[in-house]
Design a protein around this ligand. Structure first.
Ligand SMILES: [Zn+2]
Ligand SMILES: [Zn+2]
Length: 358
């Protein structure tokens, strides 16, 4: 089968490798769509970061590895003990395998497991292949009405959803999303699905603001042309935002978010800040803002899938598809230039199931 494998920095190859077979408790999927993530860009241009040159402590896997951790596939075969799934079932994969025995795993907060392995970085297989095998526990069956493309969105939307929930949203609030990339879009879509929340989005790219406007975002700010802090205060009667989500990952966005969050409000950092930067900690005293982070997801898949069945996650206008051999030229490269929001690789073009009836 064909698979995109990572060998090292800027060395990714389209290989022909053996098809995997499911063992006990595993399920074999024909991959339909695999989204390209910001972390894939980091891995390609700056890696190895997530992938391993030495065996991973949990899985023993090292490079070269099949990439791809945001994917949806259909069941083609199940191992013993995974037979509650049937061939043809559409599956969204939760790609993080945890140790199951540490303090955090036993508490159910598995996103803090210190030894996670990620399908598509350091497990056997990934979504950028015609087939892949995952443990039953990582497979979320999608209900009728959720498309294969949406299935591949569950992973990044779960990141956004987790960040949104860390902001403690409540009806009547104003919440600002800083950064309109895929995680910002996901935060907007999740917040919009909640009752009576005013969402403001700050995003410098005109192209991304246009995409957000087409998705229905009404309050969009361009941080290059307006003073974001003043604009947010103006839109909130001078109070500031009840909560802010930093999905931008640039110091200016974090500082604007901190300065424009209302006293006692929440500021959630979900973006990856790759460099340290200074900020005025006195503003923490002044506003008693709760500054926190959001790490991947933890039991968030069911809520995202439920919102999907209710139409919260349209794919039109912001999700583009490419073919497997175009992974670098039409995937990694345009994303690195911010010329696209979400690009998915369509893996088995001729094997897509018929669209489900709404
Ligand atoms: Zn990702
Ligand atoms: Zn653990």
């Amino acid at each position: 089968m064909r698979a995109i494998r990572f060998y090292g920095r800027e060395d990714v190859r389209l290989d022909d490798i053996p098809e995997p077979a499911p063992k006990v408790g595993e399920v074999k999927l024909r991959v339909l769509y695999n989204g390209i993530c910001g972390s894939d860009l980091h891995e390609y241009y700056h890696g190895p970061i997530m992938t391993r040159t030495r065996p991973h402590p949990l899985t023993g896997v090292h490079n070269p590895v099949v990439l791809g951790h945001e994917f949806c596939g259909e069941v083609v075969e199940v191992g013993a003990g995974a037979d509650d799934l049937k061939p043809g079932d559409l599956i969204a994969v939760e790609p993080i395998q945890t140790c199951g025995v540490c303090h955090w795993c036993r508490f159910g907060q598995y996103n803090h497991c210190p030894r996670p392995a990620v399908h598509g970085y350091n497990r056997e297989g990934g979504g950028l292949a015609e087939f892949t095998v995952v443990p039953r526990a990582m497979a979320h069956r999608l209900p009728a009405g959720v498309s294969a493309q949406q299935g591949a969105l569950v992973e990044p939307m779960a990141v956004s959803y987790h960040a949104v929930m860390r902001a403690h949203p409540r009806a009547g609030q104003t919440i600002v999303v800083h950064g309109g990339g895929p995680i910002g879009v996901g935060a907007f879509l999740a917040l919009r699905a909640m009752a009576d929340i005013q969402v403001i989005i700050s995003e410098p790219s005109a192209q991304r603001r246009a995409i957000l406007a087409a998705l229905g975002a009404e309050r969009l700010l361009d941080p290059r042309s307006v003073n974001v802090v003043e604009a947010i205060r103006d839109m909130t009667g001078g109070r500031g935002a009840d909560a802010s989500i930093d999905a931008a990952g640039v110091p200016a966005a974090f500082k604007a978010a901190l300065a424009s969050t209302a006293p006692m409000g929440h500021l959630v950092v979900v973006a990856m800040h790759m460099e340290p930067f200074p900020f005025n900690a006195l503003s923490l005293l002044a506003g008693e803002v709760n500054v926190t982070g959001a790490k991947t997801y933890c039991n968030d898949y069911p809520a995202v899938i439920d919102l999907m069945t209710r139409g919260a996650y349209p794919t039109e206008g912001w999700v583009e598809t490419i073919a497997l051999p175009d992974f670098i030229d039409r995937g990694i490269v345009p994303l690195s230039r911010q010329q696209a929001t979400k690009i998915m690789v369509e893996i088995n073009r001729n094997r897509l199931p018929a669209p489900a009836e709404p």
